[in-house]
Design a protein around this ligand. Structure first.
Ligand code: 13P
Ligand code: SF4
Length: 307
């Protein structure tokens, strides 16, 4: 059955001249058939570079929207339109506009996990892998507004000692990590190496050994001498880690709400839905051209600053 679906995907991706981009949080089978697998920045860079006619984004809505912002003439498919992102979707736009208006001289840096509308209001976009670089690109005497993730924003504010106002958003997966569960693991595995995504709460970020994007976590922990790795991010990253550093033990920390650290939106991408999307060329991401043009500027600024 799986072989048939993979054959179908392979046939259709050729026929459609399509590229499949997948994030590390998608299910293992989807990661395995991707043309490019990576973090948000890498996938945005690949979306910008591709000469394919069709982009299938096995990720979440804001990632596919970013691909469309960069490629207005290409067909961008999101295999399941319900693949949202709590960080992006929980923003109240009236409150956000009012917050932005309170600081007219500030530079607005928005984390890529936001809607096209928020991107269009922003000066620069960042991801977890380039956030420090992007903040440092703003002159030191300029106030910065950072949205929507409060944990990443407060981490940057403290680490870089910048004058920053931080929007109170958070990710429903990472915000639920329990300090106690992580700390208990520290007692149980005193020699383990702890790595966390910057969307985790600050009391967790304060005690881990490494903080970074999904790619940075994978590349860093794979090279560490420690045999036990405790991961405070979505457990999808373990699939790639088992391929590149199979001799280690990976421990994922359960979170308070869901009992397990799984992004339900990323997991909506299945092989069947990818095959279906390639066959029907649906569901497509589309947006108003004037909005796209406004959102393009801060996305391009990010890509240039990330070179
Ligand atoms: P990365 O850019 O680090 O892959 O993170 C994306 C994300 O959605 C984290 O929750
Ligand atoms: Fe959004 Fe959180 Fe899922 Fe990342 S893990 S896509 S921030 S809901």
């Amino acid at each position: 059955m799986k072989i048939n679906i993979i054959d179908k995907i392979n046939r259709l991706r050729k026929e459609r001249n399509a590229v499949i981009l997948a994030h590390y949080y998608t299910i293992d089978e989807v990661q395995d058939i991707a043309d490019y697998l990576g973090d948000s920045l890498y996938l945005a860079q690949k979306a910008k570079e591709t000469d394919a006619d069709v982009i299938v984004f096995a990720g979440v809505h804001f990632m596919a929207e970013t691909a469309k912002i960069l490629n207005p003439s290409k067909i961008v498919l999101l295999p399941d339109m319900e693949s949202g992102c709590s960080l992006a979707d929980e923003m109240d736009m009236d409150e956000f506009r009012a917050w932005r208006a309170k600081f007219p001289d500030a530079v607005l840096i928005s984390y890529i996990n936001c809607s096209t509308e928020v991107k269009a209001m922003s000066d620069i976009i960042c991801t977890s892998s380039n956030a420090e670089k992007i903040v440092n690109s703003v002159p030191v005497d300029t106030k910065i507004l950072f949205a929507p993730d409060r944990n990443l924003g407060n981490y940057l504010k403290k680490k870089l000692d910048r004058d920053m106002e931080v929007w109170e958003g958070s990710c429903e997966v990472h915000r639920e990590y329990s300090f106690k569960a992580a700390y208990d693991l520290k007692e149980k595995y005193p020699d383990a190496y702890f790595a966390a995504h910057p969307e985790c709460p600050s009391n967790i970020l304060d005690f881990v050994d490494f903080i970074g994007s999904t790619t940075a976590i994978i590349n860093t922990v794979a090279k560490r001498p420690e045999k036990t790795i405790v991961l405070l991010t979505e457990r999808g990253v373990i699939h790639e880690l088992k391929k590149i550093a199979p001799d280690k033990t990976y421990i994922d920390v359960p979170n308070n709400k869901m009992g397990c650290n799984i992004c339900p939106y990323m997991k909506l991408n299945t092989l069947e839905k990818i095959a279906d999307a390639l066959e029907k060329l649906e569901p497509q991401i589309n947006m108003e051209e004037s909005l796209r043009l406004q959102a393009l500027k801060p996305v391009e600024r990010m890509l240039i600053l990330s070179l």
